[in-house]
Design a protein around this ligand. Structure first.
Ligand code: 6LW
Length: 544
């Protein structure tokens, strides 16, 4: 059975390739590090992460100024023994680059920046005559449309003129982007997305006898959208897809979509879904007979069902090894050594920079002004998190930390710097250790942004000074988040229950990412080095 989403949680803009019996898929990663997670499957149902394409500073240099900057939609392709991944780093003046590997597990090469390649969403097409083509979306300030140019992969440079191929199916289509070219039965098919990556997202297609055009749009466009299904339909935003042909000649499409939680709330952001594709009269029919992304499909007949990965596996990390598991992400490139694995604990250094907005500082800054701050600093935030992947889950940690003045450590449900729910260990007004539940929200007044912090509950905790251990637990159920703490794992007390986390959805918070449940630490540590120790972290999926 193919059960959707095939990658739950924040995994947008999927791109897929088949190499003999193996399928590989990559997704966007924005300002999280390492970048571009890569997955493997043999049955299209079970996907196992095999690494990250961008796993070192020389490939990926990011700061935490803008979570939705960084790495946009990647494309993965394979040709004659080499894997190619091409993408945009929005935080590197929007440069488009290629990295290559002989083994998709890595190591991947250093960046080959493609000079003159404007816009986002680059893709590669290998034609039968040995020529290779680059497609991408229009550059900043240009007429919307997708363009194409031949590319020389030995020199890693564009060849000849670039030509606009298609501007989408609708007249004045919004955001024609995410192009991929495929060849089938003597036709070149150009599949793109339009309508913007939110509710009106759609996938459309055109075809041509020549790779550089003229492309003729399909009269039956769009071939996939959920925009007409209403805002109560449980899967929305469907778009940005990539096609794959199986050995037996059947076709599938992977695409992004968002599952709604507790109303029109997209807390987990954009996830990866799959549908079968059939061809009729030379054009694709997506999800034959229903025309929309279903929650499940029969497994492809020609593929062995050999996956083992349990979709609702409990994750319990004791931080015993000397390397972090692949599910963990930093926010920005970890320039400083603020994270270490020591004595079977994850040690997070208390850094001065907090995970809440520091530039807005309650005064107000426009989105654009904030964008200009990208790359201005290399300061890190002390954060390590994994994605929220289920509508209902429980996360628990054991934290060893005795807070002093201005010091905080704990758990955070993070959509971005200004949309968070935190369960944090700190000092209360009396100067005693306590655990607080605090929300950070962004408010917009007269086009200026302000952020607001609110305490939803606080409990005092009696920690022993020599071994100050505390258990923190967050329970999420749709938009309700509940927070618990205690010095004994068996006797946790409620700090506050059923806090409305609807504001964490990307429809309110904006941006391209999805919720993380992370650990963090901050404090003024100019004179001393202090760490918060996380002994273990468990993530228990409950539903969805
Ligand atoms: C991506 C664009 C889009 O580059 O959103 O869904 C942008 N589509 O194609 C960021 O994910």
């Amino acid at each position: 059975m193919l059960t959707n989403p095939i990658l739950s949680g924040f995994y947008p803009d999927p791109s897929i390739v088949r190499v003999e019996d193996d399928f590989y898929m990559v997704t966007s990663s924005f300002s999280f590090f390492p970048g571009v997670p890569i997955f493997h499957s043999r049955d299209l149902a079970h996907w196992e992460q095999i690494g990250h394409v961008l796993d070192r500073e020389s490939q990926l240099s990011l700061t935490y100024e803008m979570i939705s900057g960084g790495i946009f939609a990647p494309t993965i392709r394979y040709h004659e023994g080499t894997y190619y991944m091409i993408t945009t780093n929005a935080s590197m003046q929007g440069k488009n680059f290629i990295v290559t590997a002989k083994d998709p597990k890595g190591p991947w090469s250093e960046l080959h920046v493609i000079e003159g390649a404007v816009g986002i969403d680059p893709s590669l097409f290998f034609d039968d005559d040995g020529k290779v083509y680059y497609t991408g979306s229009a550059g900043y300030g240009e007429e919307p449309g997708v363009w194409c140019s031949e590319i020389d992969l030995k020199k890693m440079e564009l060849v000849g003129e670039r030509k606009v191929l298609w501007a989408g199916a609708l007249k004045n289509a919004a955001s024609p982007e995410g192009p991929h070219i495929y060849k089938k039965d003597g036709w070149y098919y150009l599949m793109i997305s339009e309508g913007g990556t939110e509710h009106y997202h759609a996938i459309t297609i055109s075809r041509s006898k020549e790779v550089m055009g003229e492309y003729e749009g399909f009269e039956g466009n769009p071939i996939l959208t959920h925009r007409h299904l209403g805002k109560n339909y449980p899967i929305c935003n469907v778009g940005h897809g990539d096609l794959v042909e199986l050995k037996d000649g059947s076709w599938y499409m992977v695409m992004l979509g968002s599952r709604l939680m507790g109303g029109y709330h997209k807390i987990m952001g954009r996830e990866t879904f799959i549908t079968p594709v059939t061809w009729e009269d030379g054009w694709p029919v997506v999800s034959y007979g229903t025309g929309k992304v279903e929650l499940s499909y029969p497994s492809p007949e020609s593929l062995p069902v050999n996956g083992t990965k349990e979709k609702r596996a409990v994750v319990l990390d004791h931080f015993d090894g000397d390397k972090l598991g692949m599910e963990w992400n930093f926010l920005g490139t970890p320039y400083e050594d603020f994270v270490k694995l020591q004595d079977s604990c994850l040690m997070l250094k208390l850094l001065k920079k907090q995970i809440t907005p520091w530039e807005l500082d309650g005064i107000g800054t426009s989105f654009y002004e904030k964008y200009l701050l990208i790359g201005k600093t290399k300061e890190c935030v002390s954060f390590l998190g994994r994605r929220q992947q289920h509508k209902s889950f429980e996360v628990m940690v054991k934290l060893v930390f005795l807070p002093e003045e201005s010091e905080h450590a704990g758990l955070v449900v993070l959509q971005n710097d200004a949309h968070q729910l935190r369960l944090e260990c700190c000092l209360n007004e009396k100067g005693d250790p306590c655990v607080k539940c605090v929300s950070t929200k962004l408010l917009v007044k007269e086009e200026r942004q302000y952020y607001k912090e609110e305490c939803h509950g606080s409990v005092e905790v009696n920690m022993t000074k020599d071994k100050p251990a505390i258990y923190l637990k967050i329970k999420g159920n749709e938009t309700n988040y509940s927070f618990y703490a205690g010095t004994s794992k068996e006797q946790l007390v409620a700090v506050c229950e059923n806090v409305d986390g609807g504001f964490l959805g990307s429809e309110t918070a904006g941006g391209f990412v999805g919720a993380y449940i992370g650990m963090f630490a901050s404090g003024v540590t100019e004179t001393k080095e202090k760490y918060a120790a996380f002994d273990w972290y468990s993530y228990v999926p409950i539903e969805g």
